[in-house]
Design a protein around this ligand. Structure first.
Ligand code: IVH
Length: 712
């Protein structure tokens, strides 16, 4: 780094420190990073270099000296009001992830996954530190050669994947898990044991073995891609902002108030650091092998390698192959294997001297911004979507990327015609991270952010504390109405045989405006339309007729109350029994219902306070839809004690199959475990479920075999 004057360094150090603290807060507390890890690391490196240049300017609480904290504070100091981090922060990725190009659905006022301060805080027995890191293989080599020069020659290193999740510290006493504490500020963290106990791979009780009476084991809680995709699909369905990447999803999930909700999130864990007094091990790899023998989840990808060359081999082996792993990794960690040497080397204020991380560089592409579309989503939120000159990036051709909101566009000072850097946020979804100002064409044009809804012309609104613009015309804006129909007819809702094209056709003809209009369509009307034949009419109308038998809980889900997804609808149906009782319930009654939080309760109360919605319910009731929960049907007990996981596409909906399993005395959990009796697999079953079932020796059966089992 070029030498700069002390006064200039001071200004820059203050600015960088402030900025890094804010980014730490966005990342650890809000789970909503607004810059990439790479950008963060560059800023950190710059700060480190300046502090090295003028050591007396280095503050003891500099971000180079303290680890980021995930402990929620009411507000980040200096963050009140408006900056990029208050962009609808709901503990996930509102407004800055880029993964929702073309489908917006930020829920205003919805902060369901916000980090919560309600957990018991526990001081760590040993502080939870961070790791030094680099993006350069030369630095990795230098790390090894320096250690080896200082410590008598070639050393063994445990080479491990760097899992991109949330650090956790588990304590086992007499073989029982007694606490599970997040890293927090490194000194104290939140005890999230109830949530951690829902993670199937973490045993509450260790297998019999020679485990120490008391020890700590640290690792990472993460969300595999499959669970992440399922969660985001569900979030989008109920009009919530999806998570930017699996790390944010894992972190948000771990801090949820309801363990029942956490249980459904498919979290997993890998443990990589054993700590305790007088442990009988000589090497790190022995500790991990022992932990595995006690039933703890450890990584199968770790390997002991000797010397720098072998370490670099491990890194280059995984640099590309890691993309095929079912979970996110962001680098490789190497640790001196010899525990006595680890002890001698000790720690700096922030990280161990016996370990370091090599981080994989996020892939970037430079391309030109051709135009910007402004799209209205199901909940009326407007998303600016960039149309790009197609460019290859991490195995796909990127043509579009989200620009999130007006603030983000202003921040980038983006112009049509600009050359822009595209990255995959969380390495999955493209986002524009910067504009290459050096290449800005003279005729680059400042975009005009619309003031009216591009669909219905209604003036857009923006709440003071929101970064997004919305079309408030919920019942009159075509996109919002059509999206409500698409949701209503979907398989897990009313299971009516209509796709988006049918909905668009019927809408554009004016045949459908209100959900109940579907039940008034006639065969003559349809036969007169382009593309409709006798058979397709019969199928469509038949499915509409059958939808009248769809259980109440699915009707509740289908009508599209914000925040009421499948699980919530089930809970409501069970708790209130029928639509009239639900409609007449007060906000307090709703909020007191188990698993219903205040945001969901308010959304339900608002929905039933609307005259138009009550009218809709009356019409649907007149058409014969189920407005009351049926007493649970029991057909047989042939599946008693059997647990059957359902995955894939079948001739009937998965919901119906699950109901059948329950009606025959079985249970149907969401994921495969050692207790699963069968995996009932249809077309395109979840890859991870099949893999897990195969690993655990769980029998995989098809739909036909299932019917035989229940004697159908
Ligand atoms: S060892 C004392 N091993 O990366 C250092 N950390 O950026 C103990 N991480 O805080 C950490 N994979 O949360 C270690 N195989 C691995 C890891 C790993 C991911 C996380 C961990 C750490 C962070 C540093």
């Amino acid at each position: 780094m070029a030498k700069i004057s002390k006064s200039a360094a001071k200004v820059r150090i203050d600015a960088l420190s402030e900025e890094l603290r804010r980014h730490n807060y966005n990342y650890y507390v809000l789970n909503n990073p607004v810059i990439t890890d790479f950008e963060f690391d560059l800023k950190m490196q710059e700060l480190q270099a300046l502090e090295a240049m003028y050591p007396d300017l280095a503050q003891p609480d500099s971000p180079t000296q303290v680890v980021g904290s995930d402990i929620a504070e009411p507000e980040m100091p200096g963050q009140a009001g408006h900056d990029e981090s208050d962009a609808g922060n709901d503990g996930n990725n509102a407004g800055n992830d880029g993964n929702n190009a073309g489908n917006d659905d930020t829920e205003r006022h919805a902060r369901p996954d916000r980090a919560s301060a309600k957990f018991e805080q526990i001081t760590h027995k040993y502080p939870m530190l961070s790791l030094g890191n680099t993006y350069s293989s030369e630095d990795m080599e230098a790390f090894c050669t320096k250690l080896e020069a200082d410590n008598g020659g070639e050393l063994e290193y445990s080479c491990e994947m760097k899992f991109d999740g949330v650090a956790i510290c588990l304590t086992y006493k007499d073989g029982i898990l007694t606490q599970a504490v997040t890293r927090g500020d490194g000194v104290k963290g939140d005890n999230v044991i109830d949530n951690v106990l829902t993670i199937k791979t973490i045993p509450r009780q260790l297998k019999p073995g020679d485990w120490p009476r008391e020890f700590e084991i640290r690792g990472e809680i993460f969300m595999p891609y499959a669970a992440f995709d399922a969660l985001n699909a569900e979030k989008e369905e109920i009009g919530e902002q999806p998570f930017a990447n699996p790390r944010n999803a894992a972190s948000g999930s771990l801090k949820l108030g309801s363990s029942a909700q956490v249980a459904g999130r498919g979290l997993d864990c890998v443990l990589y650091h054993l700590l305790g007094e007088n442990l009988p091990f000589k090497t790190h790899s022995e500790t991990i092998a022992a932990a595995a023998s006690w039933g703890l989840p450890v990584s199968e990808l770790s390997q002991v390698r000797k010397g720098a060359a072998q370490v670099l081999d491990y890194i280059s082996y995984w640099d590309s192959r890691r993309k095929a792993l079912p979970y996110a990794t962001d680098g490789v960690v190497i640790k001196v294997n010899d525990l006595a040497l680890q002890k001698r080397l000790g720690f700096t204020a922030k990280s161990p001297r016996w370990a370091t991380a090599y981080k994989f560089k996020p892939e970037q592409a430079l391309t030109q911004l051709l135009s910007i579309d402004y799209q209205v989503g199901r909940t009326g939120a407007l998303t600016p979507v960039a149309n790009l000159e197609p460019v290859p990036l991490s195995g796909t051709i990127v043509k579009r990327a989200s620009l999130h909101n007006k603030d983000q566009m202003d921040l980038l000072d983006i112009r049509i015609g600009d050359w822009v850097y595209v990255e995959k946020g969380g390495e999955i979804i493209p986002k524009i991270t910067a504009v290459e100002l050096k290449k800005r064409p003279a005729d680059a044009k400042r975009p005009d952010f619309p003031t009216l809804c591009p669909d219905c012309g209604t003036p857009l609104v923006r709440d003071n504390d929101e970064a997004r613009h919305y079309c408030p015309n919920r019942t009159g804006c075509p996109t919002q109405i059509k999206a409500a129909f698409v949701h209503f007819v979907s398989r897990d809702a009313m299971d009516i045989l209509a796709g988006e094209a049918t909905i668009n056709q019927l809408y554009s003809l004016g045949y459908i405006r209100q959900l109940s209009d579907l039940y008034e369509l006639s065969k003559e009307q349809l036969l007169a339309l382009e593309g409709w034949q006798e058979k397709s009419c019969d199928n469509f109308l038949g499915s509409i007729e059958r939808s009248k038998e769809v259980p109440f809980e699915r009707v509740l889900y289908a009508i599209g109350i914000r925040h009421v997804g499948k699980t919530t609808a089930k809970t409501l149906a069970k708790a209130f029994g029928d639509i009239d009782t639900l409609a007449a319930s007060s906000l307090e009654q709703l909020a007191q219902t188990e698993d219903i939080g205040p945001i969901v309760a308010a959304s339900i109360a608002d929905w039933f306070a609307d005259e138009g919605n009550l009218n809709l319910i009356e019409k649907l009731r007149e058409h014969g839809l189920q407005m009351r929960a049926a007493a649970r049907e029991t057909i047989s007990n042939v599946l008693e004690g059997k647990s059957i996981v359902v995955s894939g596409v079948f001739s009937i909906s998965r919901e119906d199959l699950k109901a059948m399993i329950e009606a025959h005395g079985g249970t149907s959990p969401g994921s495969v475990s050692g207790k699963t009796s069968y995996l009932l697999a249809g077309d395109k079953p979840g890859e991870s479920k099949v893999k897990k079932a195969t690993q655990l020796g769980v029998e995989i059966i098809d739909e036909e075999t299932f019917y035989k089992l229940i004697g159908r």
